[in-house]
Structures are given as C-alpha cells and as structure tokens.
Design a binder for this molecule. Structure first.
Ligand SMILES: Nc1ncnc2c1ncn2[C@@H]1O[C@H](COP(=O)(O)OP(=O)(O)OP(=O)(O)O)[C@@H](O)[C@H]1O
Ligand SMILES: [Mg+2]
Length: 242
C-alpha cells in the first residue's frame, strides 16, 4: 500500500533546476533510500516535502491526500517528521528538554510530553545524556538527538538526511540498528545517505538522482549495478569492489 508519493516534482532556484520532474512512490513500512552526488537535489527534495520550499510545479501526496502547499507544521502534524542535514538542536536546552519541545506537538501538558520524550530518549540510547546541554554532545550522539526529536513528533513517515555522516564504524552499526528498529516500530522511512554500507544494508528500494533528475530506481543490488549510477555517483571502484 502506497503511503507517500511525489509526482512530477520540480524546484527551480533562479535558472537552476534543483529537482527536475522527479516522481516516486513509497510503500507503507518500507525503507526507501534516496541517493545522488553532492548537489543533486536530495535535501531540496526533503525541503519540498516538509514545505520549507514551495515546489515550482508537481504534487506531493501523503496517505492519499494532496499535501502540496500545506504549512510546515500541518505536514508535521499529519505525520511527516524529518531530521536536518545541518543539525539544529536547541543548544542551550538539555537533551531531554530538546525532545520535550518536539513532544508538545502531540501532548498539551508537561507530564505527558515529558513521559513521551523519555521513551524517545531511551529508544535512541541517549538516556545517560538526558540532563546535559545539547550543544555539548559529540557528533554521534547529536545525530541520535536529531532522530529522537523527530521521533517525538510521532511520525508515520520519517525523513532522515545524512544521519550517519561523520560516525565511526561502531556508531554506524548502531545507526543501522536504530533505523531498523524505527521501521520495525511501524514508521515508514525515506533515508538520504552517502555511506554505501548504510544505504545498501537498510534500504528496501533505492531511488537515484543526478542534477535533480531520476537516473535509476530499484532494489539496492539493481541500483548499485546501474551504469548511470556507477558513472554519476558510485564510480567504477565501488562496482568492482563488490
Ligand atoms: N536555498 C537555495 N537557494 C539556491 N540554490 C539552492 C538552495 N538550496 C539548494 N540549492 C542548490 O540546489 C542544488 C541541490 O542542492 P541540495 O542541497 O538539494 O543537494 P544535496 O543532494 O542534498 O547535496 P549534498 O549531498 O551535498 O547534501 C545545489 O546546486 C544547491 O546549490
Ligand atoms: Mg543534502
């Protein structure tokens, strides 16, 4: 069953088509990977979905409803959560208070918001960090805080933008485990990631773009062997190393 769809989506910045007639559908419960070289339009796609930017043309559907043009907070309330590639924690608040702030989207009293935030904190293995300032977290934990804040809004669809960038190998395994546990809890995920180990391991299907345009879509092994994906993104070295 389709939970999410973008149809013929276009975004121009001046004369630059950052997203150029892209269409895809995401099944409920799937992990859908979005890959492409730097500047190919992945973050712009997320910014269009959550309406930080207005599309030049095209449509966005969530659970069968046309959500193109809805305000950002309404999109979040409908159940689309996201993380930011450039992380924006409320640095002078504690880790727990950062998550409580997101929790207020669903709860209107402090106790319920706090109880829910603690669950998200534990789920992301950040409970030992609850009362330190968000700005003093190391990168791996900051990435998990970003995910915990998005989870606190109780998304049905979660957009993850490079939440594994800068992690060490053991943190990467933890990140894979966390993303899989989120999916197992019933959340559909679109994941943008440059680290092939992560994207190839977790994605059910992958959509590849280059210069804002679709170049391939399929299961990971198909996309990894697609000539245009190898040429534009992975390089011959990756193809031969498998
Ligand atoms: N607000 C903006 N104004 C003008 N141009 C923009 C804006 N945001 C993005 N762009 C341009 O749109 C193109 C796509 O950028 P985008 O950030 O979506 O790429 P990306 O695929 O997320 O790249 P990366 O892998 O480096 O994060 C780039 O050429 C970028 O410079
Ligand atoms: Mg990006």
């Amino acid at each position: 069953m389709i939970i999410f769809e973008v149809k013929d989506l276009v975004k121009y910045f001046g004369g630059l088509a950052a997203v150029n007639h892209v269409s895809f559908q995401v099944e409920r419960g799937e992990i859908f990977g979005l890959i492409g070289p730097n500047g190919s339009g992945k973050t712009t796609m997320f910014n269009l979905i959550s309406h930080f930017y207005t599309p030049t043309s095209g449509k966005i559907y969530f659970e069968g409803k046309d959500i193109t043009g809805l305000k950002t907070h309404k999109i979040c309330k409908l159940g689309i959560g996201r993380t930011f590639q450039v992380m924006k924690p409320l640095g002078r608040l504690s880790v727990l208070d950062n998550i409580i702030a997101s929790s207020f989207l669903r709860y209107n009293n402090k106790k319920d918001a706090r109880d829910h935030a603690i669950k998200c904190l534990e789920f992301c293995h950040l409970d030992h960090r609850n009362d330190i300032l968000a700005k003093s977290l190391a990168i791996g934990e900051r990435k998990r805080l970003e995910i915990a804040r998005a989870l606190a809004t109780q998304p049905k669809l979660l957009l993850l933008d490079e939440t594994s960038a800068g992690l060490n190998p053991s943190e990467l395994n933890e990140a894979i485990d966390l993303i899989e546990r989120i999916r197992d809890s019933g959340v559909t995920i679109i994941v943008v990631e440059h680290i092939m180990k992560v994207i190839m391991t977790i994605s059910d299907r992958i959509h590849a773009i280059n210069f804002g345009q679709t170049i391939a879509e399929g299961i990971p092994s198909e996309v990894a062997n697609h000539p245009e994906v190898i040429e534009a993104y992975l390089g011959e070295e990756y193809a031969h190393s498998k």
